[in-house]
Design a binder for this molecule. Structure first.
Ligand code: AMP
Length: 489
């Protein structure tokens, strides 16, 4: 089974309906998209052999959809690269993946070409369009274990690694999305707001399978006003947004157009306070996913209906295991943890990657006996909701007690003077580590202490508050805790 089947089905059923849009503008019907994909796959097959890696580095653009499908139909492997990376970081990925070629937008191509170890082909333009002039490819009967996507992790803890995702992994992800999170049809639309190289790109297959429109913004980036305008222009709009993007939407002060259907969020902590503000502004449109590149967007989820709960423990959780995925918490003795006991989250199922590209050692420590060791700490409650604590590396151990930064951050964010907060551990000769809170906002240390004492145990309170203008974030909007730790010396 080749992922191309998802497009094949939609095109057979929906022929002349609009498939791909830039802004309000229809670019291709399903028949046209299908035809372009097969011709592009034909061109790729004439130059590359199955299994070769083909990089795509671009701001969000409509062509990314046809490139993904054409690479899959040619049984090659897509290596999407976040366009916000530095050219040197892009080159590291090109080299690590051993790509045969890279397709890049004009802007990225001009930065990448001087450093790239392989040829860089322009997306768009006359040479690109000539690729569609030849005969279409015949799509092979692909073994589902065939590699489809090398997903480079966001590398918040070090150099990024290529999670190997097969056609089977991405099919399992597609089915679970439609079963648990959003079930669109041909009267719906997927708006690409987050980078299509990662978060948003993973959503292409489920929405294509259901014949929902694929919509890319004119700007190719995320602008909250442009996003809300686009939602109003397309029927049944859904999108994946990182929590920081949702905060930016809320800060526009605008209401959601009635055509906004679902906002799926995840990829980083969504604090309860922020979620409540978002629900007040936009209504009951939210669903949460917890996943990793290693089990793409599919470990647990909090359905839209769960968001109707007035229980903060549910709103602050990441929900429960996704369809077809087993999720367990392992205590320190590697036995299944009891409800309430914190341990490492592990999962298994058809969504789990086969390993890291060219990195047997990292694969051995991460995938054991079929279980993916996520590196995230969490606990189940009695009802089966999983609450994520922190990456195991981010847990602060002070005087022998484990302190989970997320809990302290949640409490800090309830203070009116705190706009953003990030808690890390700093080395301390007496305590081993002490809690330090970096804060964007303004509040007196004393008022923060009093505030926290009403909410969390005394020993979890930060020993220091450091006020900064903004938190350092990587190009996915994830806070770089290692940079904050480095600032502490
Ligand atoms: P990446 O593979 O770059 O997408 O990063 C995956 C990591 O992001 C996970 O291991 C978690 O630490 C974090 N993450 C993903 N989804 C969520 C979520 N819903 N809530 C909190 N953290 C999340």
């Amino acid at each position: 089974m080749n992922l191309f089947a998802t497009l094949d089905q939609a095109a057979t059923r929906l022929g002349d309906r609009g498939a791909v849009y830039r802004g309000a503008h229809q670019l291709h019907t399903w028949t046209q998209l299908h035809d372009r994909v097969l011709r592009l796959a034909g061109a790729l097959r004439r130059t590359y052999t199955p299994g070769q890696r083909i990089a795509i580095a671009s701001e969000n653009r409509a062509e990314i959809i046809e490139l993904f499908y054409a690479v899959w139909a040619a049984e090659c492997v897509v290596v999407p690269i976040n366009f916000k990376l530095h050219p040197r970081e892009m080159v590291q990925i090109l080299e690590d993946a051993g790509v045969a070629t890279a397709f890049a937008s004009p802007k990225i191509a001009s930065e990448l070409r001087p450093e790239s170890p392989v040829g860089v082909e322009l997306i768009g333009g006359p040479d690109y369009e000539r690729l569609f002039n030849g005969p279409p490819a015949a799509v092979p009967d692909t073994d589902p274990s065939t590699l489809a996507w090398l997903f480079y992790t966001s590398g918040t803890t070090g150099r990024s690694k290529g999670a190997m995702l097969s056609h089977r992994n991405l099919t399992a992800m597609t089915v679970a999305h439609l079963a648990d999170i959003d079930s669109p049809d041909e009267n719906c639309s997927l708006l690409h707001a987050a980078p299509m190289s990662h978060g948003s790109g993973l959503y292409i297959a489920p929405y294509v399978l259901r014949g929902a429109r694929q919509v890319v913004s004119e700007s190719g980036a995320f602008d909250p006003d442009e996003f809300l305008d686009l939602c109003g222009l397309h029927p049944g709009s859904s999108a994946f947004l990182a929590p920081t993007m949702i905060a930016r939407l809320v800060s526009t002060g605008r209401k959601a157009p009635p055509t906004l259907r679902t906002i799926v969020y995840g990829g980083g902590p969504m604090y309860v306070d922020g979620l409540k503000k978002a629900m007040t502004a936009f209504g009951p449109v939210f669903a949460q996913i917890y996943g990793q590149g290693e089990a793409p967007m599919t470990i647990t989820g909090l359905r839209r209906a769960d968001h109707e709960s007035d229980d903060d423990a549910i709103l602050g959780s990441v929900g429960y295991p996704r369809s077809g995925v087993e999720v367990a918490v392992l205590g320190s003795d590697c036995a299944y943890a009891e409800p309430g006991q914190i341990g490492e989250i592990v999962c298994r199922g058809d969504v789990v990657m086969s390993g890291y590209w060219n990195n047997a050692e990292a694969t051995r420590t991460t995938v054991r006996d079929g279980w993916l060791y996520t590196g995230d700490m969490g606990s189940y409650d009695q009802r089966g909701y999983l609450t994520l604590r922190d990456r195991s590396k981010d847990v602060v151990i002070s005087g022998g007690s484990n302190i989970y930064p997320r809990e302290v951050e949640e409490a800090l964010l309830e203070h009116p003077g705190v706009a953003e907060a990030c808690v890390v551990g700093a080395p301390d000769p007496e305590w081993g580590e002490v809690v330090v809170a970096f804060i964007v906002g303004s509040a007196a240390d004393g008022s923060l202490d009093t505030h926290l004492l009403d909410r969390i145990a005394r020993f979890k309170r930060p020993k220091r508050y450091v006020f900064i203008d903004e938190l350092p974030k990587n190009s996915y909007g994830k806070v770089l805790k290692r940079e904050l730790r480095a600032r502490l010396g």
